[in-house]
Structures are given as C-alpha cells and as structure tokens.
Design a protein around this ligand. Structure first.
Ligand SMILES: Cc1cc2nc3c(=O)[nH]c(=O)nc-3n(C[C@H](O)[C@H](O)[C@H](O)COP(=O)(O)OP(=O)(O)OC[C@H]3O[C@@H](n4cnc5c(N)ncnc54)[C@H](O)[C@@H]3O)c2cc1C
Length: 532
C-alpha cells in the first residue's frame, strides 16, 4: 500500500540541512540584498504565464516572472524562414504547432482553442487523411496497413481501459498493440504507418511508451474535446495568444517580468525560496513555482539546495523527455502534389528515417510558399541534431529523390531546423510516460517540496505533452499558492500542498520471491562467493 504524505512532513530535515554553515553564510550575505516578492514564477511559458494570471485574478499581484529568453512563450516559439514573393520572410513554428482537440457541441472546450479564438490566431483544420505514401521506389499505396492498425486500435484501447480501471500491470505500447494483433515485424511500410500512429505524437517509440497512459493521455484530449487538430500558421506566431493573455495583467515593460534572466540555483526550505541568477542577481520569495521543462530538470541546468529529496529526483529521472524536430525547406517550386498535406516515407532499412513530410504550400496554409518540412523524433532527432546542416540536407535530398524518381528534385533555397535536445532552456520537446510507471510516481514529479512548487506540461497526468497540460497545471499551481498566501481556499478542491508518495511501491514484495512464483534461489545468499 502506498503511503501518502504531505510535504510538510519533511520540513524538519530540510530545515536542518538549510542551516548548514554554507547556507547560513549565503543567507546572511546575499539573501538580504535579493529582490523580495511573494511568488517567484520561474519561466514565462504557458504554465508560468497562466499561474501569474491566476494569482493576479485572485488579487495577488506581488510576483516576479523570471525568463531565460527575451520573450513570452517558451516552447511555443517561431522563427522567420525563407522568402515570401513580396520579399518578407515567412513565419514558421519551431515548437507547438497544433491546437490538439478543439471542443464539441455541448461538451467542454480545450482552453487553448478558446484562447486561440479569443486572440484570433490563424489556424486551419489539419487533414490527416490528405496523405500519400512512399517508399524507396517512389509513390506506393500501403493504405491497407492503416485499415489494419485502425482495426486493432479499438480493442487495444479497451484493454488499456481495463488495465487502468482494474489497477492491473501496465505494459509497453508495443506489447499492448501486439497482443491486440498488430505485428508490423520487418515490414517497413507497416513500421512507417505505426510511426505515424504512435511516434509522431509521443516522440518516443511504442517500445518505451506506457500502453495505459499513452492511450489514456490521447483520450483525455481527443475524446473529451474532439479528434480535430488545427494547424497554426499565423505571422504573429502561435504565442501571440499567450502574450495577449499576459497583457491583461502585465503593463507594457512591467518590471515584474524579468526577461533574459537565467536561473542557475534555487535554495528552498519551509519558510521560503531564494532564486539565484547567472547575472548575479537574486530573488527572495515566500513561494517559487518552477515551470522549467523536464529536460531542464533532468540535465541539472539548475541546481537545488538542499538537493531535491529522493522521491522527487526519482520522479524527475523516471519520466521521458522526447525530442521532435521539424526540418524546414523552401524550394523554388512545389514539385510535390500541391493538393495533399502529408507525405509518408517508409525507408527500406531504418524505421523513422525522415518519415513524414508536410506541405505548407497547400492552399489552406501558406499557398505558393514552396515550403516543405520533414519531422523526425527520438533517436533520429538526437542523431541529426548533432550533425551539421549540410549532412542533414544531403540525407533528406537523397530521400526526396527516392520518393520522386521522375522529378529532378531541386536543392532548397532555404534550410533550417531547431536543435531541441541541445537547447539549454528546454533540453528536448515534451514529456512522455514510460512503461510501467504509476500515477503515484507522476504525482511525485508534480508535488511541491516545501515552498518550491513545480508545474508544466510534464506535471499534467491527463494532458502531458500538450499545451493544455501546461495551462491546467499553471492554473492549478496558481490557485494553490494563492490559497496558501491568503490562508483560505480560493477554489474548491484546489487548495493546500500537493501530496506525494514515499516510499513508492509497485514492486514485488520480498515474500513473493518464492518457488510459487518461479524464484527458487535466495537472491542474497553468498555461498561460494568470497566477499573478503
Ligand atoms: C517541437 C515541439 C512540438 C510541439 N507540438 C505541440 C503541438 O502541436 N500541440 C501541443 O499542444 N503541444 C505541442 N508541444 C508541447 C508544448 O509546446 C508544451 O507542452 C508547452 O509549450 C509547455 O509549456 P510549459 O510552460 O510547461 O514549458 P515551457 O514552454 O518550456 O516554459 C518554461 C519556460 O522556462 C524557461 N526556462 C528554462 N530554463 C530556465 C532558466 N534556467 N532560467 C530562466 N528561465 C528558464 C524557458 O525559456 C521557458 O520559457 C510541442 C513542443 C515542441 C517542442
């Protein structure tokens, strides 16, 4: 049985550690000179801005937002690319690109959809059926594999639901789909279709993804809101809505927004939090909310004093940070079918090798732009993000020549891709739920440690990886911190500190290591082993 504790139980030991000589020196010499605030919000992405807005809505306006970059938006970020016929550059989204799950008549609406509409962010339905399929010989119809995977999906989904409801053991998505009858084996066309179904969303292969939470996460968004995905193509960028929301509670040049400020160290205890920045400045706060990505936490880009407790570190290290890389190319002509949106390629040797090309030249997006982008994820992202642009471009050109053997594929006039896995403010794209990992472990990733709080897409159990996950988690942390500051619950059910689980079980008890379970040796006996 899992023991649920509230964070306050560990404050005694944290208090002790924070009184070590080093801390005392730092406390006396530096903390007094730090800028003071009630809440330090670390990060100006969706979670950070939504948390600040929630505090402001409840009349807590004494906060500071600290952001590494020079703008609001976080992983919702864009860049200028290529040239428009009128001489201006196009704008492409390097990070989040779709509003995923919109809303249905009489049902709930995805808040990202509500906000995109409020700020008139330009977006269009993405038609995933507008697809042509290819292999190394050119266009080949392997749509039969779509019918096959569609056929097993609903039975796999039922099984995942039963596992969740009856608290049975999770398995990999690979095992779950295989049991349902989907076995792509070495058929590379089937592998490409599987990539399109799974990796394209999870940025991880089915082998390393949780069957239960992968399916449950998809359903929370697409069954609750709708199965539509709208592609954003707005010259002001997708983050325009977030900047708009920020303008409802931040004045122009508001001194509470500290851009271009890199947090390097966070000290915390049960009385407050001190945030130290690379430029030598520091902030002393009653509470801090860290919205840095799971990748930033895993890469120790920021240090914590005292070290985060083991239950927290285990949560951080256990979840996966996926990488999703879009590689943009502009050509002097649209040599592909201008009426189609997606082009799926099955490489003969390597699964996930430049698998999906997407046309921005399509009339619904940026007609006449001659822009095509190809997406890779996971190991392929890590591989190409470490190599130079020329090598990556040459590899893609080789693939395009195989896909379009009857065309002289021109060299792109513009070429660009972000390197998410190396970006020090993100270290990856978004989180994914690993195999066999419990909801309790996720709650440990989410829970506050004393007065240090955490929020972001990765702390969302139901919407991890999505913008709406960051939104809900920012709002929830804002409500809970507002309740603690004001000593009264500002929102029913979202008050007080988060619970966490320590110790965390979900393992096999010692008594079960017996002959009935096929374990006939004592794992700890040392017969014949000289330990001297
Ligand atoms: C390539 C890609 C494609 C995606 N596609 C979609 C999509 O189509 N639809 C969808 O719903 N979601 C998508 N996502 C996920 C979505 O972008 C995220 O869920 C969301 O933006 C996360 O918001 P956040 O506030 O949790 O974190 P972030 O946006 O990462 O915000 C955290 C902030 O902290 C700052 N920070 C980090 N380190 C420091 C430091 N040391 N000091 C100061 N500040 C720091 C960062 O600069 C950042 O602004 C995609 C993400 C990527 C990368």
């Amino acid at each position: 049985m899992h023991i649920v504790r509230s964070s306050s139980i560990v404050t005694a030991s944290i208090g002790l550690i924070s009184q070590s000589p080093d801390h005392t020196v730092r406390d006396i010499n530096q903390v007094e000179q730090c800028q003071r605030t009630s809440v330090a919000i670390l990060g100006a992405g969706v979670a950070g801005i939504t948390a600040a807005q929630t505090l402001s809505k409840h009349s807590f306006d004494d906060f500071l937002i600290v952001e590494y970059k020079n703008e609001i938006g976080g992983r919702m970020t864009h860049a200028e690319f290529g040239v428009h016929p009128d001489g201006r550059p196009y704008v492409v989204e390097l990070g989040a690109n779709w509003v995923q799950g919109l809303g249905s008549e009489g049902g709930p609406e995805n808040p990202i959809w509500t906000l995109a509409k409020k700020w008139d962010v330009k977006n269009t339905y993405s038609d995933f059926d507008s697809l042509l399929t290819y292999n190394e010989t050119g266009e080949v119809d392997y749509t039969n594999h779509f019918a096959a995977i569609d056929g097993v999906y609903s039975s796999a989904e039922q099984t995942a639901g039963t596992i969740l409801i009856e608290n049975l053991q999770d398995r990999s998505a690979r095992a779950g789909f295989s049991q349902a009858g989907w076995k792509p084996k070495k058929d590379m066309a089937a592998q490409a279709v599987e990539w399109w179904y799974w990796d394209f969303e999870s940025a991880n292969p089915p082998d390393t993804s949780s069957f239960v939470f992968g399916i449950a996460g998809y359903n929370s968004t697409h069954y609750q809101y709708s199965d539509e995905n709208n592609f954003v193509h707005d010259e002001r960028g997708f983050n325009y809505w977030l900047q708009g929301e920020a303008s409802t509670f931040l004045r122009p040049n508001d001194t509470r927004l500290l851009l271009d400020t890199i947090v390097t160290n966070i000290t915390y205890n049960d009385r407050g939090v001190t945030v130290y920045n690379e430029d030598g400045s520091c902030i002393s706060a009653e509470y801090a909310l860290c919205t840095f990505s799971l990748g930033v936490l895993q890469n120790e880009a920021v240090t914590f004093e005292p070290k985060l407790p083991e239950w927290k570190q285990t949560g951080i290290e256990t979840f996966h940070m996926g990488t999703y890389t879009k590689i943009f190319m502009q050509f002097n002509e649209t040599f592909w079918d201008a009426e189609k949106q997606f082009f799926l390629y099955a490489d003969p040797n390597k699964r996930g090798y430049y698998p999906i090309f997407q046309s921005l030249s399509h009339e619904n997006f940026m007609p006449g732009s001659n822009i095509l982008f190809v997406t890779v994820v996971g190991d392929e992202s890590y591989r190409i993000e470490l190599q130079d642009d020329e090598t990556t471009q040459a590899e893609i050109m080789e693939v395009l020549r195989q896909m379009f053997p009857d065309i002289t594929v021109p060299k792109p006039s513009a070429f660009m891709f972000p390197r998410w896995s190396l970006e020090p403010w993100a270290y990856g794209s978004y989180s994914n739920w690993p195999v066999g990992t419990t909801l309790e472990m996720h709650q440990n990733l989410r829970a506050n440690v004393d007065r240090l709080w955490f929020a972001g897409e990765h702390t969302s159990a139901a919407y991890f990886g999505f913008l709406q996950g960051a939104y809900f988690e920012g709002r929830e942390a804002g409500l809970r911190i507002a309740s603690l500051l004001g000593n009264e619950c500002v929102d029913q059910g979202r008050c007080g500190e988060h619970s966490f689980y320590d110790p965390l079980h979900g393992t096999t008890g010692r008594e079960a290591f017996n002959i009935i379970n096929g374990w006939d040796a004592d794992s700890f006996a040392t017969y014949g082993l000289n330990r001297e």
